[in-house]
Ligand binder design. Sequence first.
Ligand SMILES: O=C(O)CCC(=O)C(=O)O
Length: 208
Amino acid sequence: MTAHLQGSLFDQADEIRLGPLTGVRRTVLGDGAWIDLLPGWLHGADALFDELAGHVPWRAERRTMYDHEIEVPRLLAHYGERDRLPHPVLDEARDALSAHYAAELHDPFTTAGLCYYRDGRDSVAWHGDRGGRASRQDTMVAILSVGEPRDLALRPRRGGPSTRVPLGHGDLIVMGGSCQRTWDHAVPKTARAVGPRISVQFRPRGVR
Ligand SMILES: O=C(O)CCC(=O)C(=O)O
């Protein structure tokens, strides 16, 4: 993977480091679901983007849909609980999130899924992370975003209007409570000329 951000997006700090999680702000969505947001949690997001773009073993996947094989419109990488994450700041992020949410989550964040959105044609369709025990229990999925800002859209599964949360360079969103069971989320395609984005999703054991 050789794509890089076109010049700097906005965060050329040399040191890649996390800020405190104390500034996280919660929005209650309804049906037991909530999201926490912390814009600019990561400093040095340009540098982390380049590291991940250049060193993660990205793979393209294909899926069967209505008898056709289609290419999944983004590149993927997955790190299980025993895998070394591709940058030490991601270990720090996982551990800081586990400590911050310990009283509510009970289980630490253990795995990391990475998505590489090459441009506005890359996307992820509406879904909830309902694999494993997330189909029955409240849980959390925390996402650190670097690169071009893209919207994370959320909509209640019982019907009703969707909402969009713009996720920028270094921003954190945590989807919690019943969010994976009672709401769906997506990163919609955009016709805007946008550059690449990488998202890092931290999940507890048994949540997919
Ligand atoms: O890229 C994102 O922010 C969301 C990714 C996601 O929902 C997923 O891969 O399940």
